[in-house]
Design a protein around this ligand. Sequence first.
Ligand SMILES: Nc1ncnc2c1ncn2[C@@H]1O[C@H](COP(=O)(O)OP(=O)(O)OP(=O)(O)O)[C@@H](O)[C@H]1O
Ligand SMILES: [Mg+2]
Length: 490
Amino acid sequence: MFSRFRKDQPQTPPSPKSLPEVEAAKSNAQEVAVAATVPAEESAPARRPAPQKKSAAPAPTDKERRRRQRILEVKSELHTRLLDNLNLAVIDSASEAELRAEISSIASEALTEMNVVLTSEERMQLNQDLYFEVRGLGPLEPLLKDDAVNDILVNGPQRIFVERAGKLELTEVTFKDERHLLRIIDKIVSAVGRRVDESNPYVDARLADGSRFNAMIPPVAVDGSLVSIRKFKKEKLGIDDLVRFGAFSEEMALYLEAAVATRLNVVVSGGTGSGKTTTLNALSSFIDNSERILTIEDTAELQLQQVHVGRMESRPPNVEGKGAVTQRDCLRNALRMRPDRIIVGETRGEEVIDMLQAMNTGHDGSMTTIHANSARDGISRLENMVAMAGIEMPLRAVRSQIASAVNLIVQASRLQDGSRRMVSITEITGMEGDIITMQEVFRFERTGLEPDGRIIGHFTGCGIRSHFSDRFKRWGYDLPHTIYDVVRGG
Ligand SMILES: Nc1ncnc2c1ncn2[C@@H]1O[C@H](COP(=O)(O)OP(=O)(O)OP(=O)(O)O)[C@@H](O)[C@H]1O
Ligand SMILES: [Mg+2]
């Protein structure tokens, strides 16, 4: 009845396949043979379902584990049959309901034929998983749909971690085997016109929903493919949310508003996943709507709310090693596009030179992030990046370039309890001899640890008036000096 989605002839020759699919197909022959021995064993426990244990024991028993493994095998076999039976050319045009109905019908036939009996719950789960295999990203799909998940980290087919509320946890989700994982990776990268194979074993891509995706496959990835996904959040955290979550204080928000509005050049520094991009995005909300902003990123993550925004995304070389467009290329081009402000998602290489020059030459109010553990460390990173870019410049000249380009370093950090906080705001005040001078104006004072592991602490001023107070005042941001007062914790 759903013949529209079935192939006219079941035995149509396969279309040319990419590497993982070919491998998967090769092994499927073996799997079918194995599956043929499964039904009798499979159906026995299913017909007489074992009394449901009231999940008192959290760890799955051997029996449960075996059954789960069998279901995975059945699923894999069904998936192969689906690929054989479904007309892939019209799958994309099918509605979700139609496709689900068709999958359910093919699965039913196949289960009967294989003499496998599943509980209705297992059937529903199986149909859902098969739908995700055909149209989505297989086992990763439920994790992508779970709003509480920030990051998905795959360490080979059997170990999938997620980050929830700042904490990493191992999930029960698994791929059947490495080939299954490779097939999903291939599906993702080929959808964006990229390829991953032995000669090109790692890849960066952006998923259809905007999530950032990176994968590395064996043999470079020793124990199975490694995948990292930073989920794209439609609802970006704004300044108010961050204050509410305790990422920084209202006083700091007031100060940052003045700093961004009066066009100080801001660098957000932090470790991986510490909230740099989120902070940058939130800070951008203080930019006036009339300004022309150009953003440059490796993977477009920023979501600026202003009207006049031009977004650029760098591009890696193609398979022949050609066609790369670096962040530096974008930045140089951006300077010819009359920007009021330039925002570089993350400065990590040679583009640092152009970024510093832009900050020094009329594009003040520009912002970027860097990977560093403190403001001082951030300065060293910038120095190193200049040196690595092959610019022969005396260290003092590099430092003075940095000191006059960067006004503010905002340090983001993911603390051990999983919370993300702005642990310090530091102003660059100039040079003394060969040394860049700076002063901390706000910081997070850590005072203790709750029994449940949560960090106790509070934000405080450092008792020093901002170096930019006069500038703030001239621009109409007359901040009360009490915001810089030291707060003593209880
Ligand atoms: N203050 C916060 N409270 C709760 N969640 C946050 C906070 N800041 C950031 N996040 C979440 O943490 C995750 C990582 O944030 P973000 O992408 O900004 O980090 P990053 O430092 O830019 O990471 P990377 O180094 O990988 O680029 C995101 O999912 C984001 O929504
Ligand atoms: Mg980032």
